[in-house]
Design a protein around this ligand. Structure first.
Ligand code: NAD
Length: 367
């Protein structure tokens, strides 16, 4: 009997519901075409959940998320909830999901679609064909280390955080990265600051100790300052990058900008058993909410990641990505990816029209 995969859809706030509605139609079509059986449910998270229940992550939503193989999320937050105390804000819904589902591996691809090569802040030839995957440890490191705080010492305030990783935390993220590198270009670069920080000396030792289990992957190491420089100097030298929480936070945003717009960037956060949360990198974009202006491609590409990483259906992922590429090649552009100079072959479209074209292209792939 075909396995039925439970998928939880969390549209969230702002443009979230608009981009998720479009991406969901693509998910349903791809599932049907590739014989993947889905049982799709939806729930509230973020500001809309606060309005309805008083909590950013209601117990009912968490229970559904825990039962699901994968969660597709739009975005949370907006000015309406900006005055709430930090612990009650919509973003707590997202942080709560990450920790409750133990999503320790954050995957951020920086993939440049050929038709958008000129939208990058780097020269087109430096980024044409760019395909990097940054694997960031998401639940440890300096963002969570204890002790932390601000205290008064000798009549002045002193702030402090703790950068800490245990061997098992390093080993499990290293294994995720090696596995991914094995299925991609076979190269893994581990980024640390082992010349200064003991915690990253341990990082380097543990990653190196895991390497013999993956003989087909070429492992290299790079200091984080150099990695930042190399990402803007010669980004195509990288295949998979693995690094800790803080370095990954910074480097994934640098890599993202190489590819142009926030509206194009998907992400995945995975647990040890392959369950995952898939979401666009962008936020709820209150400035364009409800205007059919949001680029749905980041969310559609998050659906491709969902098929690839949680449902082991890479063919469906490839079909979605190639349909996105074709829609761009045909000249379809939402406002965020419009070229600065007007070009005759560019067709300005809204959220729904972009989604409809991606769907049409996918259906035509069948023929
Ligand atoms: P944002 O990503 O929402 O928007 C930044 C700019 O990019 C805006 O001008 C917006 O119009 C544009 N933009 C974003 N996504 C787009 C898309 N798909 N298509 C076209 N243009 C797009 O970031 P912000 O303005 O700093 O934050 C707005 C709200 O979103 C805040 O409440 C913030 O806390 C929240 N936020 C949520 C997430 C999340 O849910 N993961 C991430 C970041 C920010």
């Amino acid at each position: 009997m075909t396995e039925v995969h439970k998928i939880l859809v969390l549209p969230g706030d702002g443009i979230g519901p608009e981009v998720v509605a479009v991406a969901q139609t693509v998910m349903v079509a791809a599932a049907a075409r590739f014989g993947v059986a889905l049982a799709i449910d939806s729930a509230l998270v973020g500001g809309c959940a606060i309005d309805a229940t008083g909590q950013a992550l209601p117990a009912a939503t968490l229970a559904k998320a825990k039962a699901a193989r994968a969660v597709l999320l739009g975005a949370v937050g907006g000015p309406r909830w900006d005055d709430l105390p930090t612990l009650e804000r919509p973003e707590r819904g997202l942080l709560g999901l990450r920790s409750e589902l133990e999503l320790f591996a954050n995957l951020r691809p920086a993939l440049l679609f050929e038709p958008l090569a000129h939208a990058s802040s780097l020269k087109a030839e430096l980024v044409a064909g760019l395909d990097i995957l940054i694997v960031r440890e998401l639940t440890g490191g300096i963002y969570f280390g204890e002790p932390r705080g601000i205290e008064v010492v000798n009549n002045e305030r002193r702030g402090f955080n703790t950068y800490v990783y245990s061997e098992h935390e390093i080993e499990r993220i290293a294994r995720v990265a090696f596995e991914l590198a094995r299925k991609r270009g076979g190269r893994l670069c581990s980024v640390d600051k082992a010349n200064v920080l003991e915690v990253t000396q341990l990082w380097r030792e543990v990653v190196t100790a895991v390497a013999p289990d993956y003989p087909e992957v070429a492992l290299s190491h790079m200091y984080v300052d150099n990695a930042g420089m190399q990402l803007v100097r010669e980004p195509k030298q990288f295949d998979v990058i693995v690094t800790g929480n803080m370095f990954g936070d910074i480097l994934s945003d640098v890599a993202a900008m190489l590819t142009g717009s926030l509206g194009m960037l998907p992400s995945a956060s995975l647990a040890a058993d392959g369950t995952g949360l898939f979401e666009p990198v962008h936020g709820s974009a209150p400035d364009i909410t409800g205007q059919d202006k949001a680029n749905p491609l980041a969310t559609i590409l998050s659906v491709a990641m969902l098929f690839r990483y949680s449902l082991a259906a890479p063919a469906a992922a490839v079909a979605i990505e190639s349909a996105v590429n074709q829609a761009l090649a045909e000249g379809l552009r939402t406002t965020d990816i419009e070229p600065v100079e007007s070009a005759a072959d560019i067709q300005r479209v809204g959220t729904r029209a972009m989604g409809a074209r991606v769907l049409e292209i996918m259906e035509a792939q069948d023929a």
